[in-house]
Write a protein that binds this ligand. Structure first.
Ligand SMILES: *Cc1c(COP(=O)(O)O)cnc(C)c1O
Length: 461
């Protein structure tokens, strides 16, 4: 008998979690105005709200914390991380920041002006927020295949080169400060971008003289998909693949709360000295001095180790296997999910799951609330609430896809927890025809409303 796969780590510290009753949860979600962001974490049993900053650090990372250098200027932890960034991504210039959106804030302060366009694959919500905050427009050039949850395209994060060229043909290069490629593409289901696509984007960018920035939160998971799905890369190491990917970029922003496997922190890195010098001014203004930005020395140390771990050994196999364990279980139950399965999360297709609930009543949010009530599992809506209103018309934007995202924290839960999630969804799936009404908004913020929105159930009278 072949020995089965098992994680190449054991657990040396545990954190208790509380398994509540349905009655308790009904109370709590009502008090939270049906917004899962308003729940207290101890009201949640399995928390799949996000894989951001929720992972478990290794003993090597905890050890590195102890040797952090907290000097205000010239910290050795900074130089250590700077070297790691150069070694893995190849960029000479690096600024530490407190998280991914801070990297966006600093870089876009240099590059993005009102009235400009920023094409890319589906931009992450904070990326889009920082573009729109500057009165510029994010243009989604993702391939059409990404919007068919059943299609088996292996790289649904790819940019459609003809859509990209159309934007660049219609606008002078002064109006397009950069192309942003998100690796993996979160908003379209944690879907990877192929090396061939990155290479082609680079060629187009050179032709039109536009810089390319990689939004790099899950760069290692993207590399894993290139290794496992793209011809010619099976025998290349993750390090080699990452190194080729970043040859095609002029700079990167990164939330290290994902593939950095740390709880807070971010990276802004680039080839251009001129950009670095301008960005340094904003970094000092918004984040902190250039050698610590938004990070403690100990956190920079832990991140340097995290970048090592995420790109070596069988870490990525552990990771992707667990995500696919849950995803395949749901597929076997007939539950509609984004296929092929992505790297950090399983995206349940809420429109197909709850086909009686209309998009105007926030179908993906409705499913997220059902799952919380059923099993104490917190996922997150990636649908109409997240898509927000059109900044000009103020109308709701209805995205093509409405997802319940189940994001899996790194090295945190066991497959038993995944079984609870799957069973909870199965129970809802079995009674899906009895769910016809969703929710309406009671209160919302003018930008990034999903974090604070208050909702109430719509009841037929
Ligand atoms: C998380 C994330 C960000 C923002 O990073 P924060 O650390 O949450 O500020 C940007 N882009 C992508 C693709 C992300 O996943």
């Amino acid at each position: 008998m072949d020995l089965p796969f098992a994680e190449n780590y054991k657990i040396k510290m545990v954190e208790p979690i509380y398994r509540s009753t349905r009655e308790e949860r009904e109370n709590w979600i009502d008090q939270a105005h049906y917004n899962l962001f308003n729940l207290k974490s101890d009201q949640v049993f399995v928390d799949l709200l996000t894989d951001s900053g929720t992972g478990a650090m290794s003993d090597r990372q905890w050890a590195a914390l102890m040797t952090g250098d907290e000097s205000y200027a010239g910290s050795s932890s900074y130089f250590h991380l700077k070297e790691k960034v150069k070694e893995i991504f190849g960029f000479d210039y690096f600024l530490p920041v407190h998280q991914g959106r801070a990297a966006e804030n600093v870089l876009f302060s240099v590059l993005v002006k009102a009235g400009q366009l920023v094409p890319g694959n589906s931009h992450f919500d904070t990326t889009k927020g920082h573009i729109e905050f500057r009165k510029a427009t994010a243009v989604d050039c993702t391939i059409d295949e990404a919007f068919d949850t059943n299609g088996m395209h292996p790289f649904k994060g790819n940019i459609d080169i003809s859509k990209l060229k159309a934007v660049l043909n219609e606008h002078p290069k002064e109006q397009v400060p950069m192309i942003i490629v998100t690796l993996t593409c979160n908003s379209s289901g944690g879907q990877p971008v192929s090396m061939a696509n990155l290479r082609e984007i680079r060629q187009v960018a050179d032709q039109y003289q536009i810089p390319v920035i990689f939004d790099s939160a899950r760069f290692a998971e993207n590399a894993w998909f290139i290794q496992s799905r793209e011809p010619g890369y099976q025998d290349r190491s993750i390090r080699e693949i990452v190194s080729e990917m970043y040859q095609y970029a002029d700079g990167m922003t990164m939330s290290s709360k994902k593939d950095g496997i740390v709880n807070i922190g971010g990276i802004l890195a680039m080839r251009s000295k001129a950009w670095y010098e301008q960005a340094s001014v904003y970094n000092i203004l918004f984040e902190g001095f250039v050698t610590y930005g938004g990070m403690a020395g100990r956190d920079m140390n832990a991140l340097a180790v995290g970048l090592d771990e995420v790109t070596s050994g069988v870490y990525l196999e552990n990771r992707i296997r667990q995500v696919h364990y849950l995803g395949n279980k749901l597929i076997d139950m007939g539950i509609p999910v984004q296929k092929p399965l992505g790297g950090h999360a399983v995206f349940v297709d809420a429109k197909r799951f709850l086909s009686r609930v209309s998009k105007e009543e926030f179908v993906a949010q409705t499913l997220a609330i059902e799952l919380y009530l059923e099993a104490g599992v917190r996922g997150v809506e990636v649908g109409t609430l997240l898509a927000d209103r059109d900044p000009q018309t103020k109308e709701n934007r209805y995205p093509k896809l409405e997802f319940l995202r189940l994001a899996i924290p790194r090295r945190t839960y066991t497959n038993n927890h995944m079984d609870v999630v799957a069973a909870g969804l199965k129970n809802i799936f079995d009674r899906r025809d009895s769910i016809a009404r969703g929710f309406q908004i009671v209160e919302e913020a003018p930008i990034m409303r999903h974090f604070t929105v208050k909702l109430e159930p719509i009841n037929d009278q």
